[in-house]
Design a protein around this ligand. Structure first.
Ligand code: ATP
Length: 260
């Protein structure tokens, strides 16, 4: 699936939040959206999922304008995992993940729905938690279960708002490596918001750096995670290195100290 975001603007009331956002995300590729708090990242994902309606611009999925698509149709093509998703009533992990099959379930759960659920639990290493109650899990375990629930939907476009925010460093690496290999193997377009610039650098094919509701820079990690852009947008000083051609950075100080 090819996602094309074309010149979108969005305002909450009279406050302009997104201005002229354009980018494409391709199948088999991981696109990371980075940028300071309040720069409009979540608002952008909500426009792509049709939770919010842009005042201008179009969003196309394989050339089809989402404005004219039914929500049920959209749900079969894309999965969105917002921040802090929970399961509202007591459900086992297995049932919570099975709920992700909802766009495909007619009046009863099929054997294939159950098999896809079981396979996905194994894929994410969650099989031992299958019969535990979701609300009794740790935040990191919950985050993986929510990801599994998004995957059983068999999306062509996967939108994730900080998918690793509750995970320890090993699980961060594991989940992002899993997502990038899943994108390639299953030809899914993954678009995710990430705060950790080094993880974004390592696992993304494309990075979009937002600032004040606009795209400040976009391109490969080597083009975006550079002092010129990062100092300007985040107002910090950092030390930059490269590891297998991918930049990584260590923030060392606030920008204003340099200016004093
Ligand atoms: N429901 C809302 N009503 C009014 N303003 C909102 C609403 N949601 C977000 N905003 C404002 O829109 C701006 C962009 O918010 P958004 O959540 O898109 O930023 P973000 O880049 O995802 O931030 P963060 O990194 O902190 O999650 C912020 O100034 C925020 O206060």
């Amino acid at each position: 699936m090819r996602l094309e975001v074309n010149g979108i603007h969005f305002s909450y009331g009279r406050r302009r939040t997104l201005s002229g956002i354009s980018f494409t995300a391709g199948e088999g590729k991981v696109t990371s959206i980075i940028g300071p708090n309040g720069s409009g990242k979540t608002t952008l994902l909500k426009c792509i999922t049709k939770i919010l309606k842009p005042s201008q611009g179009v969003i196309l999925l394989d050339g089809q304008d989402i404005a004219g698509m039914e929500y049920a149709d959209l749900a079969r093509r894309l999965s969105y995992v917002p921040q802090g998703t929970t399961v509202p009533f007591p459900l086992t992990v297995f049932d919570a993940v099975l709920l992700g099959r909802r766009p495909y379930i007619r009046w009863n759960v099929s054997q294939s729905d159950q098999e896809i659920t079981a396979r996905t639990l194994v894929l994410l290493g969650l099989e031992d938690l299958s019969f535990r109650y979701f609300n009794e899990l740790s935040s990191g375990q919950k985050q993986k279960v929510i990801l599994a629930r998004a995957l059983v939907q068999k999306p062509e476009l996967l939108l994730l708002d900080e998918p690793t925010s509750n995970l320890d460093i090993k699980h961060q690496l594991e989940v992002l490596a899993f997502l990038s290999s899943l994108a390639r193997k299953e030809n899914i377009a993954v678009v995710m918001i990430v705060h950790d610039l080094n993880l974004a650098s390592r696992f993304s094919d494309q990075i979009i750096l937002m600032d004040g509701g606009k795209i400040h820079a976009s391109g490969s990690a080597g083009e975006v995670i550079v002092p010129f852009h990062i100092e300007k947008v985040y107002g910090i000083q950092a030390v930059y290195h490269a590891d297998s051609g991918k930049p990584y950075m260590i923030p060392v100080d606030l920008q204003y100290r340099k200016e004093q």
